[in-house]
Design a binder for this molecule. Sequence first.
Ligand code: KG4
Ligand code: ZN
Length: 403
Amino acid sequence: MIILGIETSCDETALSIIEIDNLENKPPFSIKILSNKVLSQIELHKQYGGVFPMMAKREHGRNLVPLLKKTLEESGFENLKSQESNSEQIQNDKLEKILDREQELQKLFLEYIPTIEKPPIDLIAVTSGPGLEPALWVGINFAKALSVAWDIPVVATNHMEGHILVSLLKRNEDVESSSYTLNPIPFPSLALLISGGHTEMVLMKDWLHYEIVGKTRDDAIGEAFDKVARILGLPYPGGPEISKLAEQARKSSDLQPITHNIQLPRPMLHTKDLDFSFSGLKTAVLYLVKKLPTPLDEKTKVEIACEFENAVTEVIIKKVKKAIDTYGVQTLILGGGVVANKNIRGAFEKLASEQKISLNLPAIDHATDNALMITIAGYFNKNKSITAKTGLLDLKAEGNLSF
Ligand code: KG4
Ligand code: ZN
């Protein structure tokens, strides 16, 4: 089965094509990544210090067709039509209607798609939520138009489910670099999802059974990283910036003794539940910075970044450990953009080895948003695929989609 994945929930336009050989309903699956492309809009949003939904929408509309061309080329699926078959009319009126709200996408789509042969894609997987609705709609309408033009079914995919499942991919070291296996895992399994919009612990008693057992009461961890970075005068997105500074602090010995004796709170560390709260931590950084001489010197920023990262890490480790004990968890899965953080990865490696449970971390470039994760989630949910005859046109963006 060949699957095309489409991801436009936030500020990354992403497309991926994978091939799955053994068509089982449950792992193990052998997966070959034919193409996996991400076009980040970060440089554009940087000037606003965060993601601007209407600009994200415009950029997705502009980027999807050129990115599809590259993805098809890389997969070896871009075959230009001969002159004669070019005259075959594709259902232009229907396509125009589907893409009516994305004028630029509509134009690029109608210029390109009729010039190529239908690729051997069996299923289109698209993120229907959660995310920014104007951005999600672009991907959904693109999926609908491709589905109608090529007569291929579509499966609506939960972005967070994608973050969980992509973490289970293991690269086959001995074969080509694009071959992966997704193996069976022992249940119950616990997924900690930490991204720009989410911080939640999801219990899985079996494949496709998801139960949220703990979540943030306010800010998501990625959001806290981004806000603290802004307080420190660092560019968006703040996660990687804070992480770089914190790493410097851990490497350099000249930071001892700590100049300002910076100490941040560990919110909800000792509460009995499995919930989190990070907005107080961000406010603590704000008050701290207000008391310090401005502009902040580099050394102070490094210290704050390190202490902030330590506080976040300590809290999530403690809560995950509590969830492991409560539910007898056998497999730990980490997903979401914040899992690109080295300190957090290291802390979970230590925890998993102490607890003697298996740990599944995404490859660093599969941690932040991508469409590979959408193809995988799409494959798991292939039985729910729809066509123009069975409800495709009713498919909607669901900004607050949950498990
Ligand atoms: O999953 P993701 O790419 O998008 C959402 O679905 O939200 O996550 C993006 C978030 C951002 O808040 C970004 O600052 C954070 O992940 N992030 C990091 C790192 N890389 C990205 N946070 C901490 N350390 C990193 N190295
Ligand atoms: Zn994400």
